[in-house]
Design a binder for this molecule. Structure first.
Ligand code: AR6
Length: 204
């Protein structure tokens, strides 16, 4: 199936499940995807939320996820004691089609401290992927962390996202991961991933 047909259907989970056993023979490119749309509609093992350190909700994708998941998600988040920037925490998916939500906290972008912002953004992707793998989750969909309210330039953020996912999928921990999907929403991020993705996942 095409990536588009995986959107809002049961096929993404089916694809991930059926391919986990065969990851050894699958290329890295077969394990990465890019779609444009609302992340709250995806039926995957986990969607990754761009949260804040309180983990108590907010605007943007965080607000959309909490609205779609229902009040049970906020209740569970209240038990977590927040999350430091660059780290990630796992909850259930509640009323979402996704089984789980990984809440990660991106950096507020600072041009003057771009290196620090980059290290923290990289840590968001890396920590989320390790948490997913440690929890036995085989399919993960990422929102474009920090590229909204937190102001991270989309092109730079897409490079960090693609590079970190590539390195993870090549690592020992990454072998079990069936599928990682980047979810774009606004045109600026669509363009950023159209540019970055082929550089890190070149057509074979
Ligand atoms: N599905 C997928 N992506 C979305 C959706 C959606 N439904 N809605 C927005 N996006 P942002 P940040 C994209 O601002 O920059 C919150 O208040 C959006 O186009 O949601 O990390 C939190 O509580 C953008 O590309 O997150 C924090 O306080 C991306 O999601 C703060 O915002 C991230 O934009 C975090 O800021």
């Amino acid at each position: 199936p095409t990536l588009t047909s995986l959107y809002a259907s049961g096929a993404l989970r089916a694809a991930a499940t059926s391919t986990v056993a065969a990851t050894a023979s699958r290329s890295i490119n077969d394990r990465v995807g890019l779609i444009r749309g609302d992340i709250t509609k995806l039926r995957v093992d986990a969607i990754v939320n761009a949260a804040n350190t309180s983990l108590l909700g907010g605007g943007g994708v965080d607000g959309a996820i909490h609205r779609a998941a229902g009040p049970g998600l906020l209740a569970e988040c209240r038990t977590l004691g927040g999350c430091p920037t660059g780290q990630a925490k796992l909850t259930g998916g509640h009323s979402l089609p996704a089984r789980h939500v990984i809440h990660t906290v991106g950096p507020v972008y600072s041009r003057g401290r771009a290196g620090e912002s980059e290290a923290l953004l990289r840590s968001c992707y890396d920590t989320s992927l390790r948490l997913a793998a440690a929890s036995g989750l085989g399919s993960v969909a990422f929102s474009a962390i920090s590229t909204g309210v937190y102001g991270y330039p989309s092109a730079d953020a897409a490079v960090v996202a693609c590079r970190t996912v590539r390195e993870f999928l090549e690592s020992d921990d990454g072998q079990k991961m069936g599928r990682v999907v980047f979810v774009t929403f606004e045109q600026k991020d669509v363009a950023a991933y159209d540019e970055a993705l082929p550089k890190f996942f070149p057509p074979e």
